[in-house]
Write a new protein. Structure first.
Ligand code: ADP
Ligand code: MG
Length: 652
């Protein structure tokens, strides 16, 4: 069954070359029970590892059942170890904090042939541990642990059992029991290769190979071998094949379960590594929500400004560094307003504006704010329908009445809770009557739209500010598609009315929708900036995961070695660590979403900013944490996957 010739293996220990195997040739038939005996350091374990396909020789030939296994690649070797071989080690090499049953079932995971998990159950019965199945390995005695290891070696119905000093860590009674189990296994038809330094143990075998310094000293049948006990041959377990997808799901669940176990084994560490992701995701969620809220607020405000508005104002641009003397040609007058109203098509409303700051006074209360002179049209154009009282009327305008419509801020500051309508108020020492209170418009950034008072344009010009000309004219056009045409007509008209001699028109006209676009794009830039800062937090969180995973790989080197010995392929180990990284980042992501939502809520509550959570931002946060888990988990996982099984098993 096994045939090796001239095996050599040399270890380099600094300057010294250790010849662990120095030309070993032997062949072992199916059903044999062979003991390899020798002093410590003679090369027994090295030989067993090579025979067990855990390690490769430097030179020599190696055939199993006629096939040359030196040509097998890593995955084929893993599958061979899983299906054909079972290992029993001196240190048992069981997974801690894991039940006996799950330890035994481990090779089934990697067999991926749909063998039922109840096989593990049967195997534990077979080694006499039927009543200890759910016990964790640390609750078992040494002898019981070794029985679990034997059950694990048997679970995939191997044809070869390798045992390296299986009784080395056991008391003599347990050792005797284990050797009895071995003899029974042999009797049931298994091939057993046992490595020991103990002649008494070796005596259970039917053939004894003695090695010294990497060479075979003697190889002979054991005359004192006990008779083969009469045990019926084990029936071959036939794998019950299930549907592929069902099996894949089950295997996936087992992997996830294992990952969760190893993560919960180290709760503090897992929580700490999830912390970074949590903060990053929270930052993304919160900043995106605040950004969206700000954008929505700006859009909302803009829509409240009124639609299809044009703003005409004198050009204030400087020419050649010298500010142009404001000649009569560039001054807006009431006559211009009249001309636009009468001559330009599509104009539905028009209101001039003059503004300045003024001191408002009621009794001994003072309030200084913006005071705007406007026409009656302004009410509808800008949706300023007063919440109480009335707006400015044509009559007020014609009589230059001393009436004012005030915003909620001066109303609050000067009149407290009282209704100001009908009350007297001084504006720059002249007595005005309050005729209405403006609707609340809110604030954007530093500007409070409610901190204002409106008076008739004529009153503002003649009585308050002594201005002869208008500061701006706001014009409302009937339909959005007529904006451009109206804009051109107005400019043409203004050019005609204020002939300057130069080709350049002394007026500027702006579409408020364009201003609106500029504002929204500013808020967009802000949210991009904020989210990029948040993403940096996410990346830092990812590096945290990577760090912890790397430590974990180093710490669990032995476990990785064991899994590989039991038939895990590189990709299985890779998946295992990747799933762990994903679970950490998923966990952190969930907490982060909660934290981010909480932070957003606080911002809304205490900073008075509008916050808007969108489903997209939550998907995005999940997506991000998954990507972070994969990207930062892949390196540690690869590192684990590339470990050599025997190096990993020997790792202390
Ligand atoms: P045994 O199992 O018979 O006690 P081993 O096969 O473990 O002996 O080791 C044979 C020799 O090879 C010993 O001298 C040991 O020190 C050496 N050796 C084994 N593994 C390594 C290794 N990974 N690196 C260097 N030397 C090793
Ligand atoms: Mg050894």
């Amino acid at each position: 069954m096994i045939k090796v010739e001239n095996l050599r293996k040399t270890y380099q220990m600094g300057e010294i070359e250790v010849r662990a195997l120095d030309g070993v040739s032997l062949s072992i038939e199916k059903g044999e029970y062979v003991a390899i005996i020798g002093a410590s350091g003679s090369g027994k374990s090295t030989l067993m590892h090579i025979l067990g396909l855990l390690d490769v020789p430097d030179s020599g030939t190696f055939e199993i059942a006629g096939t040359d296994v030196t040509k097998y690649d890593e995955n084929e070797l893993a599958s061979f170890r899983n299906r054909v071989m079972g290992f029993v080690f001196q240190q048992f090499n069981l997974l801690k904090r894991t039940s006996a049953l799950e330890n035994v079932g481990l090779p089934l995971i990697y067999a991926r042939n749909g063998k039922k998990a109840d096989l593990a159950d049967k195997m534990l019965d077979l080694v006499g541990l039927g009543d200890r199945k759910s016990h964790h390995t640390n609750e078992l005695s040494g002898g019981q642990q070794q029985r679990v290891a034997i059950a694990r070696a048997l679970v995939n119905s191997p044809s070869l059992i390798f045992a390296d000093e299986p009784t080395g860590n056991l008391d003599s009674k347990s050792a005797k029991e284990i050797m009895e189990v071995m003899s029974e296994l042999h009797a049931s038809g298994l091939t057993i290769i046992l490595v020991t330094h103990d002649a008494n143990v070796a005596n259970h075998a039917q053939r004894i190979i003695e090695i010294r310094d990497g060479k075979i000293l003697s190889d002979a049948p054991n005359p004192t071998a006990p008779a083969v006990p009469d045990v019926e041959n084990r029936e071959e377990e036939q794998a019950g094949r299930k549907g592929f997808s069902l099996r894949a799901i089950r295997e996936g669940l087992v992997l996830v379960k294992q990952s969760i176990r190893s993560l919960t084994a180290n709760k503090v560490r897992t929580a700490l590594s999830a912390l970074g992701i949590m903060i990053g995701v929270a930052a993304v969620i919160a900043t995106v929500a605040v950004g969206n809220g700000a954008k929505a607020a700006v859009e909302d405000q803009m829509s409240r400004l009124g639609s299809n508005l044009l703003m005409l104002m004198p050009q204030r641009r400087s020419r050649g560094g010298v500010r142009q003397a404001s000649g009569s040609s560039s001054r807006l007058s009431a006559a211009d307003v009249k001309a636009i109203r009468e001559e330009v098509e599509h104009v539905v409303r028009i209101s001039p504006t003059v503004d300045g700051n003024a001191q408002l006074k009621v009794g001994n209360l003072n309030w200084s704010c913006r005071v705007q002179g406007v026409d009656p049209d302004y009410e509808t154009m800008r949706s300023y329908e007063p919440q109480v009282g009335r707006f400015i009327t044509d009559e007020d305008l014609n009589s230059r009445a001393r009436v004012a419509v005030i915003g909620v801020t001066p109303a609050r500051e000067l009149f407290g809770g009282e209704n100001p309508v009908g009350k007297q108020m001084k504006i720059n020492r002249q007595t005005f009557t309050v005729v209405g209170v403006l609707p609340e418009k809110g604030s954007s950034g530093f500007r409070d739209y409610d901190d204002t008072a409106f008076v008739p344009t004529t009153t503002a010009m003649r009585r308050l500010f002594g201005k002869q000309y208008l500061d701006r004219v706001e014009i409302q056009i009937d339909e959005a598609e007529n904006m451009d045409r109206a804009q051109t007509s107005i400019m043409a008209l203004m050019g005609q009315r204020h002939r300057t001699g130069s080709a350049e028109n002394p007026f500027d006209i702006r579409n408020l929708a364009e201003i609106q676009d500029a504002v929204s794009s500013t808020s967009r830039v802000m949210s991009v900036l904020l989210s990029s800062i948040a993403s940096i937090a996410l990346v830092v969180g990812g590096i945290g995961i990577m760090n912890i995973m790397l430590v974990s790989v180093t710490e669990r080197t032995r476990e990785i070695g064991l899994r590989k010995a039991l038939g895990a392929r590189g990709v299985d180990v890779l998946m295992q660590f990747l799933i762990e990284a994903l679970i950490i980042s998923f966990f952190g992501g969930c907490l982060g979403i909660a934290l981010g939502a909480g932070a957003g809520y606080l911002v809304e509550r205490f900073a008075g900013m509008q916050v808007m959570f969108t489903r997209e931002s939550i998907y995005m946060a999940f997506g991000f944490s998954a990507i972070i888990g994969i990207v930062f988990g892949i390196w540690p996982a690869r590192k684990a996957a590339l470990l050599n099984p025997i190096d990993a098993l020997r790792y202390e």
